[in-house]
Design a protein around this ligand. Structure first.
Ligand code: PLP
Length: 366
């Protein structure tokens, strides 16, 4: 069986360093927001070229806190993509604001800036592009729309750690960048974790307060905050993995290149779009197929893992139906009906890659 993802190989390679770090944490008795979290925040900020990095409990919380810190609330609208994980839109709804879904680019699967602009209305306060599957969104055009209408740009970077666009890291282009360290992400811990980047001193200060019950000084609460903090155990693991993130992303790109070389020649298989003006870090390797479900079944029978991200766009989810009742988003629906993600992780071997290619070829050619 070739799995979609194997999280054990990466840890094995750095096991000694992690064991030593964890022993120090256990001995120190400091488990939440300690020296490893502070160091990790500084190291991420330096790596990304961001002024500030604020750790929190998850990627979902990163989105929630960023929007809260910008004052998004009831009556406001935030424009985002329907082709993403539910958390992107949940964060908007948590604050009583309304997610407005704009259709996607059929090549990159990211929000289409023209559709985004068409969705702007008097209540729009922010746009929330997602760098889906590790492919940076068309940020120059997104920024132009936001500038024309006076909107905040908040980036969902949960799948794009290390991806760049025009030399800029994802997470440094909007007013805030929201990262997830869920184990399966390109930079993943051994539990939940998240982080927000920002260039704004004021927003960074607010975020530090929001993640810690609205408190800046001991036993004094100026605003309604949350309990959303990164812990030392995650920070130890994430600091070790951050040292290797460029190698991980390069390996993912190498796997993707080999898949694309072999699969692009098959009839009816649409391989991931490269050359959209950014460096794709392949959180997922996702193809489009006319008979997706049949191919998925054939792959599973051949012992090759695969997954559908995402079979049902958010405007078709019951939880967002009220917000999106009248949305017509044909590209998102078409892509959702044809997409299939293949195994990708940095440690995938050449033998495994070849086996995946053989199985896809057999499934597609029948
Ligand atoms: C994983 C993910 C999130 C949520 O991150 P968690 O850490 O799981 O809360 C948000 N948006 C996207 C696009 C994601 O892939």
């Amino acid at each position: 069986m070739i799995p979609m993802l194997d999280l054990t190989a990466q840890l094995a390679e750095m096991r000694e360093a992690i064991d030593a770090g964890l022993r120090d944490v256990l001995d120190s008795g400091r488990f939440v927001l300690g020296p490893n979290v502070t160091a990790f925040e500084e190291e991420v900020a330096r790596y990304l070229g961001a002024s500030h990095a604020v750790g929190c409990a998850s990627g979902t919380d990163a989105l929630h806190l960023a929007l809260a810190g910008l004052g998004i609330g009831p009556g406001d609208e935030v424009i985002t993509t329907p082709f993403t994980f539910a958390a992107t839109a949940e964060a908007i709804s948590y604050l009583g604001a309304r997610p407005v879904f704009a259709d996607i680019d059929p090549r990159t699967f990211n929000i289409d800036p023209d559709c985004m602009e068409a969705a702007v209305g008097p209540a729009t306060r922010a746009v929330l592009p997602v760098h889906l599957f590790g492919q940076p969104a068309a940020m120059e055009a997104v920024e132009a729309v936001a500038d024309r209408h006076g909107l905040y740009v908040v980036e969902d970077c949960a799948q794009s750690f290390g991806a760049t666009r025009g030399g800029r890291q994802t997470g440094t282009m909007g007013v805030a960048g929201c990262f997830s360290f869920f184990p399966s992400k390109n930079l993943g811990g051994c539990g939940d974790g998240g982080l927000i980047t920002t260039g704004s001193d004021a927003l960074a200060a607010t975020l530090r307060q929001l993640r810690n019950h609205g408190s800046r000084e001991y036993a004094y609460h100026e605003m309604l905050g949350y309990n959303s903090r990164l812990d030392e155990i995650q920070a130890v693991i994430l600091r070790e993995k951050l040292k290797r993130i460029d190698a991980y992303n390069a390996s993912r790109r190498r796997v993707a290149q080999r898949y694309t070389q072999a699969l692009a020649e098959l009839p009816d298989v649409v391989t991931p779009f490269e050359g959209a003006g950014g460096v794709h870090v392949y959180h997922q390797y996702t193809v489009l197929l006319p008979d997706r479900d049949a191919v998925a079944q054939a792959l599973r029978e051949a012992g090759v893992g695969c997954a559908v991200y995402y079979p049902r766009p958010l405007h078709r989810q019951p939880v967002f139906a009220a917000a999106a009742a009248s949305a017509e988003l044909p590209v998102a629906e078409d892509v959702a009906s044809r997409c299939l993600s293949l195994p990708i992780f940095p440690e995938l071997t050449d033998t495994q890659i070849d086996a995946v290619i053989r199985a896809v070829r057999a499934a597609v050619l029948g």
